[in-house]
Design a protein around this ligand. Structure first.
Ligand code: NAD
Length: 342
């Protein structure tokens, strides 16, 4: 029996985390879910954004499945997502972007993984007004953080038979900060002579990705570029509804979709649950339940390629719960087939 923290979040968070929980349970895995929440809704009820039980649960279980949490634009509180990533040093933000058959896009094969540094850069939270009409933000890049994210990207490439790692930067302009990041990526690349290493400037990278995304396999980059490229890459494979993610540190991991709380569709039972379900599959891989993770990925893929029960963002008309039911059905079918074969 695993003990896992579940943070529903807000907006579409509660709907898609509920779907992911149901799908994971359908694999037969025994999980004791520790359900705790944070964010604006919690603040309204209890006057606190991140109650102590969230930290306690994370520190006890060291693993969580999390829905998106809204962050106010311009003013208001800082991002709870950034807070958790920094507090627990979840330095690797890993986002696999893969074409799923059945989703119409201009590209035949997209299969890349983004390794985004998750703890520093312009997300350092160091910002100040310098006068009524000007403000500045501090971009923090350190050798330690750059080396470890580059190492994770190369380790992943080696383990998963990926032939190339692309470091994305703007060191032509930010010579010290992005320059340091590139130095670190180069240093790590030298220890992996069998993996091709290339460097691409962020603006060129955006163009290359929308022209020929299949030329990329593993992308390693700083926090802000990684954030932006993640949404861009989601657009290459059918949108934010399908791209999962993980925030991984040395001894804790939080799994969550790339997408946010999608307030425009919240509470309507129309959000695509795929991204959070696949984040759940990544979580199962992380704990070594690879067969169950594969069963989930397979069920999602079959459901989407059949096209009968898919949500609006994928061109269908099914609700979140109908699509979830269809995925669960596929898992149960495959379990029956496996039982017969045994
Ligand atoms: P968003 O990702 O929430 O939505 C962007 C667009 O994609 C919207 O049109 C939305 O309807 C659509 N979309 C997103 N997820 C979808 C899904 N599962 N199914 C179908 N359509 C989906 O981005 P946003 O609107 O810029 O951000 C909303 C809020 O979420 C902001 O407060 C932002 O700070 C927050 N956010 C949180 C996280 C997180 O918790 N990790 C990540 C990103 C954004």
């Amino acid at each position: 029996m695993y003990s896992i923290t579940l943070i529903p979040g807000d907006g579409i968070g509660p709907e898609v985390t509920h779907s992911a929980k149901r799908v994971i349970e359908a694999t037969g895995l025994k999980i004791s879910w520790d359900i705790v929440n944070a964010g604006a809704d919690v603040y309204k009820d209890r006057g606190v954004l991140v109650p102590d039980e969230v930290f306690e649960s994370l520190e006890k279980n060291r693993i969580a499945l999390k829905g998106p949490i809204t962050t106010p634009v311009g003013c208001g509180f800082r991002s709870i997502n950034v807070l958790l990533r920094k507090k627990y040093d979840l330095f690797s933000n890993i986002r696999p972007v893969k074409k799923i058959p059945g989703i119409e896009t201009p590209f035949k094969d997209v299969d890349l993984v983004i390794f985004r540094e998750n703890t520093e850069d312009l997300y350092s939270g160091i910002e100040r007004s310098t006068s009524e009409d000007s403000a500045e933000a501090v971009k923090v890049i350190t050798r330690k953080a750059s080396l470890r994210i580059a190492k994770k990207a190369f380790e992943y490439a080696e383990k998963n038979n990926r032939k190339k790692v692309t470091a994305v930067h703007k060191a032509n302009i930010m010579k010290l900060t992005d320059g340091l990041f590139l130095d670190c990526a180069r240093e790590i690349s030298k220890t992996y002579p069998d993996i091709e290493y290339e460097e691409v400037i962020i603006d060129n990278m955006c163009m290359q990705l929308v022209m020929n995304p299949s030329r990329f396999q593993v992308i390693v980059t700083t926090n802000l570029y990684g954030d932006i490229l993640s949404d861009l890459c989601a657009g290459l494979v059918g949108g934010l509804g399908i791209v999962p993610g993980a925030n991984i540190g040395e001894d804790m991991a939080i799994f969550e979709a790339v997408h946010g709380s999608a307030p425009d569709i919240a509470g309507k039972n129309i959000a695509n649950p795929t991204a959070l379900i696949l984040s759940g599959a990544m979580m199962l891989n992380y704990i070594g339940e690879t067969e169950k993770a594969d069963a989930i990925a397979d069920a999602v893929s079959k459901t989407i390629s059949e096209g009968k029960y898919i949500t609006m963002d994928l061109g269908g008309s099914s609700s979140t719960s109908d699509m979830t039911d269809a995925i669960i059905e596929k898992i149960l079918e495959s379990k029956q087939i496996n039982t017969v074969l045994v």
